[in-house]
Design a protein around this ligand. Structure first.
Ligand SMILES: Cc1ncc(COP(=O)(O)O)c(C=O)c1O
Length: 437
């Protein structure tokens, strides 16, 4: 390993125990397909597609080429009152991929921005239709919707909220759907729990529907440790929203672009939301990008409003040329290599491999859907998260990148994964789980 020519100190690392990390850093220096290379020259199998985002696999030639070519042709062009071909073309491809009449795309640069954009569109949509009193937003416990003030307000992961003050006013939370007693070791969607969606009726009764703008949920909760929706749950949310004129937003930042073996979770579950937020997989994480896909009636409401700028919202980099070039090349690669179909065809093998961990020491739950799995370990007495963190470190030493939230390990490999790699992922995790106490 060559000596580092940089100091670790100045970079304030996100969502990281900085002091712990800097005392024992884990540095990745390159990547190809399913693997990273660490600075000490080890090959690390990527079981998490980076951060649930490298869906096409690492440093894929056609995407790299497209980014290089774009950087030398048009580095930047404004999309406020100007345009360039990239975002129009990419929006068209995304609209074709999205279900039903989800056919207009607003671009942002991250999942957090996508979520804030969708919440703002929801508020503005009601106002432009003369229902400006619909201002309440409804999220869910344990939800992760990024780190903007909108996202943490509707989000439900306590550590991400508790230090940041009052957040947005007028937000309610549905109960989360995770229940070890009722659904431990479910394969795919749990049988129990659809009734939890009825809580939305309670919230409506409390505030009156005329005050509620939107409900936002991750169709499968990812960052909290892969919580799969009970059978019938999302359908119920949709029906209740329809009944009361409330917009339903699916946050598909993780589930979008093939994670469940379909383009979107909305396709997988057969439930059409009014808006989908996306990020990550749209460019396979090569260039930051996020966005919102809106149904026709949402877009049309704005186009029927007063002439002039219809929505006072946007980012300097909305539809950035490098991101749109990366997005177009990524969608083309998904299509050429049929990567969503590969994910779908491997889902049951992946499920069996994940569930082979049931019964190992301290494993209290294994849950999965598509190419996502959560393995929940019992917390060590008085030290929640410690066992999960040790598992993460040991996996990394053993050549596997995984991810933990609390004591839950999460796996979500690139969609180009094969059976041997799935065996390696869960084989390594099994070995590590047996080693740690
Ligand atoms: C469902 C969901 N929404 C939003 C985000 C935030 O995305 P970003 O980190 O790109 O801001 C994430 C990130 O993991 C996510 O999982």
């Amino acid at each position: 390993m060559s000596p580092r020519d940089y100091d670790l100190e100045p970079f304030w690392m996100p969502f990281t125990a900085n002091r712990q990390f800097k005392a024992a850093p884990r540095i990745l220096v390159s990547a190809k397909d399913m693997h990273y290379t660490s600075e000490d020259g080890r090959k690390i199998l990527d079981s998490t597609a980076g951060l649930w985002c490298v869906n096409a696999g690492h440093c894929r030639d056609s995407i790299v080429r497209a980014i290089k070519q774009q950087a030398g042709t048009l580095d930047f062009a404004p999309t406020f009152q100007m345009g360039h071909p990239g975002p129009f073309r990419l929006a068209q491809s995304i609209a074709q991929l999205a279900p039903a009449d989800l056919d207009h795309v607003f671009f942002a640069n991250s999942g957090s921005e996508a979520v804030d954009t969708a919440l703002k569109i929801a508020l503005a949509y009601h106002r432009i239709r003369g229902e400006g009193q619909r201002t309440r937003l409804i999220g869910r416990e344990r939800a992760y919707h990024g780190v903007g003030f909108g996202g943490i307000s509707v989000g439900g992961m306590t550590p991400n909220r508790k230090t940041f003050g009052a957040m947005l006013p007028g937000v309610d939370h549905l109960p989360h759907t995770h229940n070890l007693e009722k659904m431990a070791n479910s394969r795919g969607q749990p049988e129990w729990g659809a009734h939890l969606a009825d809580d939305l009726e309670r919230i409506v009764a409390l505030h009156d529907a005329s005050n509620i703008a939107a409900v936002i949920v991750e169709p499968v909760q990812g960052s909290t440790g892969v919580v799969v929706p009970p059978k019938g749950y999302l359908e119920k949310l949709r029906a209740i929203c329809d009944k009361h004129g409330i917009l339903l937003i699916f946050d598909e930042v993780i589930t979008g672009f093939g994670r469940l073996g379909r383009a979107f979770a909305a396709d997988y579950f057969g439930v059409v939301p009014d808006m989908i937020t996306f990020a990550k997989g749209v460019t396979s994480a090569t260039v930051p990008m996020g966005g919102v896909i809106a149904r026709k009636h949402v877009y049309d409401a704005f186009m029927a409003g007063p002439e002039g700028i219809e929505l006072f919202h946007g980012y300097t980099y909305s539809g950035h040329p490098l991101a749109t070039a990366a997005g177009e090349a990524t969608l083309a690669l998904y299509h050429e290599e049929q990567l969503f179909a590969n994910a779908a065809s491997l889902a049951s093998y992946f499920e069996d491999a994940a569930h082979s961990l049931v019964g190992l020491p301290n494993v209290v739950d294994v849950r999965n859907i598509g190419l996502m799995a959560g393995i929940e370990l019992a917390p060590r007495g008085g030290k929640p998260g410690a066992r999960g963190y040790e598992a993460l470190l040991r996996c990394f030493e053993a050549g596997l990148l995984t991810r933990t939230t609390g004591d839950t390990l999460a796996c979500s490999p690139p969609l180009m994964v094969n059976k041997a790699q799935i065996d390696e992922i869960f084989g390594t995790i099994a070995k590590v789980i047996k080693e740690i106490s």
